[in-house]
Write a protein that binds this ligand. Sequence first.
Ligand code: ADP
Length: 376
Amino acid sequence: MNILVINSGSSSVKYKLFDVKNEKELARGIVERIGLKGSNLLHRSSGKKALKLSRKIPDHEKAIKLALDFLTHKKHGVIKDISEIGAVGHRVVHGGEKFSASTVITPRVIKVIRSYFKLAPLHNPPNLLAIRVAQKLLPGIKHVAVFDTAFHQTIPPGAYLYGLPYSFYEKDKIRKYGFHGTSHKYVALKAAEILRKPLKKLKLITCHLGNGCSITAVKNGKSINTSMGFTPLEGLLMGTRSGDIDPAIIFYLANKKNLSISKIDDLLNKKSGLLGLSAVSGDMRDVYNAVKRGDRRAKLAFDVFIDRIQKYVGSYIVAMNGVDAIVFTAGIGQNHAPTRRAVCGKLSFLGKKVKVLVIPTNEELMIARETHRLLF
Ligand code: ADP
């Protein structure tokens, strides 16, 4: 059984084809700069040379059509015909409170995904666009939505509510949702496998440290708290996002510095974090190279990055009344030992051995698994 996984952004589409029986990745690709100058597709079928194609790719329909052409290409492809695709799993960022699990896409599901456009204006619209296009190009098979927020729907109200008047939660659904759920779930399952213990009996802290960063407390297999909130801006310091700040800074910037709301939005999402503090880059490799050269601001950025991670790790150890293992994943978590060393350096107070695991995440494989589990 082959399952195609699609992860669509506003100007890009990533795809992977899996044979789910043995969880083998058959092919992967990315279409970038859709509708922009310099659009291109990079495709790799397993065991074959990667292919790059630069040509005008005006919209998501052309992008997904091209991906299917490559997957079925006589020489470069891995399947003979699109009929060999048994189902499609779609990444959908926001499932709000309606979806605590993956779901087969029906007209009602599409309506709900659309109703969350206001909660995820950058993500849900391109996610839905790809669903529509894929349904058109691959009719007659089931399409499944796998939500970034779903894994965090087990977080209790005591952790997901903000200290705002309750009506803002009731009427506007302003609450913590959390993101990267598919990644946190994948590495938690993998950690249980590695530790040879049932996930239901483990207390884990999973650290997804990529361009976006989030930490989750996974107790007995369930997310009980996570650092991202109503949006992915809350929590840890990230490549270009500020993470937690005193909300009154926003009033100060608006009232005393005359910054517009959209300028502040841009500032906190795109010009802050590692980039804003270091003035070097939002990319940890560049920042840490500067640290090694003795750059003071880069070192400050790194220190703040570590401080925020420790703040969450510490509070989640308390929330779970202990921890069995801390898991690191994503670009920084998987590759950057100085980050892991600095985070774990202060854990000796625990007085017991805590396992530290590095587990490469694979959100697409998790989506393929969920799709298969739901349908077959
Ligand atoms: P995304 O969140 O976009 O999926 P990634 O998971 O690829 O991002 O993570 C990107 C981050 O990982 C960047 O900060 C990058 O510098 C960092 N990173 C990737 N490889 C390394 C490495 N070998 N050493 C240190 N940092 C790395």
